[in-house]
Design a protein around this ligand. Structure first.
Ligand SMILES: Nc1nc2c(ncn2[C@@H]2O[C@H](COP(=O)(O)OP(=O)(O)OP(=O)(O)O)[C@@H](O)[C@H]2O)c(=O)[nH]1
Ligand SMILES: [Mg+2]
Length: 381
């Protein structure tokens, strides 16, 4: 899928940068373009994958008064950048921002500019602040989400509380272990071979990026022959006009010895087939119940999408069918799509199950914010 990513503020820019980060065999980056807009020059400076010409500095004081000329100046620059892309270059636009931040206030202006220049659907990818960021940020996050939701074609939600906790846990584990990095660990962090010396938020951003990249990759022409192809249109159909969206992803590194032929022969046995099917089902459960972008009651979802990825012989048809049936029966709506991305076992020894839910009325953390602040009025109102 060809995606234009617009990163707003620190969170948004860093997430955009992580999404377009080149990584070996996954997503061809020529299909991804990213633009960053921030009021912190340091942050812009340190984005590694977004080109200098795609970084836009936005004066700090102007966010509350977007009608100011200086603001329009930056916005005009962004506009001409957008216009620079040929019509039809992208399949969709993804605007990324932290809901608790300041730059998220620019979403209405930017979305209206995008709508002026492009016909493609526009999605938002947002993060919900953690509890310790304080009440006022959480309240603002709720207000910002209310503002964004009607403006875009779908909102992908990531709960920073959930993911920062996970990231801190993973990093603590690595520090405790302090043992040499084996091949299995090497690929554990999405898209990287290095786990040490990185900040929890960077790890969160990589988890976010991995989910988006798998989706982007699914909609591309693949080398392997999938049993069921998912094209960009189908992926977009799953999420367009579908309000809140969550994405679960669970992955497992296969043991190295899986590549040895004697053991491979065993995998052709009944037991081997059963094990592979069980692995797919177990990963699907983990993706839905544990490693989801934000906890939600997925029985309220209108649509769902399942994407399996891994060495062709590991993508068990039996497991795939079981997961399809489970998700199909669990969601409220009737639209469920599924597909696979086979990769050669030389390329990757990892099996992944990604599940998207869309058309959710709410997600757990957002619901909690509504219950907490529903009655509270914004001072500015
Ligand atoms: N996932 C993720 N979330 C982040 C990151 N940095 C900040 N956040 C979250 O995003 C929210 C917004 O923070 P920023 O992106 O720094 O805010 P901003 O839009 O730059 O606006 P300012 O407050 O004016 O700097 C915070 O409340 C955090 O919850 C990041 O790197 N990754
Ligand atoms: Mg900032």
């Amino acid at each position: 899928m060809r995606l234009l990513i617009l990163g707003l503020g620190t969170a948004g820019s860093k997430i955009a940068d992580a999404i377009i980060r080149p990584s070996g065999h996954s997503a061809r980056c020529s299909d991804l373009h990213a633009i960053a807009v921030d009021n912190d020059p340091e942050i812009l400076e340190h984005l590694t994958h977004i080109g200098e010409e795609a970084k836009f500095y936005f004066p700090k004081d102007d966010i509350e008064a977007p009608e100011l000329l200086t603001t329009r100046f930056t916005i005009d620059e962004v506009k001409s950048k957008l216009k620079g892309f040929d019509v039809g270059t992208h399949d969709a636009v993804l605007v990324c921002a932290g809901l608790g931040g300041g730059l998220v206030s620019l979403v209405p202006h930017l979305v209206s500019i995008i709508r002026e220049t492009m016909f493609e659907p526009v999605f938002a990818l947002v993060t919900i602040p953690t509890e310790d960021e304080g009440e006022s940020r959480l309240f603002r996050a709720m207000k910002n989400l209310q503002m964004i939701r009607p403006l875009v074609d779908g909102v992908i939600i990531f709960d920073n509380q959930l993911w920062l906790d996970k990231a801190r846990g993973e990093l603590a584990e690595t520090t405790l272990e302090q043992r040499p990095v084996g091949i299995a660990e090497k690929f554990w962090i999405p898209g990287t071979s290095e786990k040490r010396g990185i900040e929890p938020y960077d790890l969160v951003n990589r988890h976010i990026a991995r989910r988006i990249r798998l989706l982007v990759h699914a909609g591309e022409i693949q080398k392997g022959v999938p049993q069921t192809v998912l094209d960009s249109r189908e992926i977009l159909n799953t999420i367009t006009g579908m309000s809140y969206i969550t994405i679960g992803l669970a992955e497992e590194e296969l043991p190295e010895h899986g590549r040895i032929s004697i053991l491979r022969q065993r995998s052709e046995t009944r037991v081997g087939r059963q094990e592979r099917a069980a692995r797919i089902v177990k990963l699907a459960e983990k993706a839905v119940f544990r490693d989801i972008s934000s906890y939600c009651d997925f029985s309220t979802a209108k649509k769902a999408l399942i994407l399996l990825s891994g060495p062709e012989e590991e993508l068990s048809m039996k497991g795939y069918m079981a997961v399809r049936k489970w998700i199909d029966e669990s969601i409220d709506g009737f639209e469920m799509r599924a597909g696979d991305i086979p990769v050669s076992s030389r390329q990757s020894n990892r099996v992944s199950v990604l599940i998207v839910f869309s058309g959710l009325k709410t997600v757990t953390r957002v619901q909690e914010l509504y219950e907490r602040f529903g009655q509270k009025r914004d001072d500015r109102e």
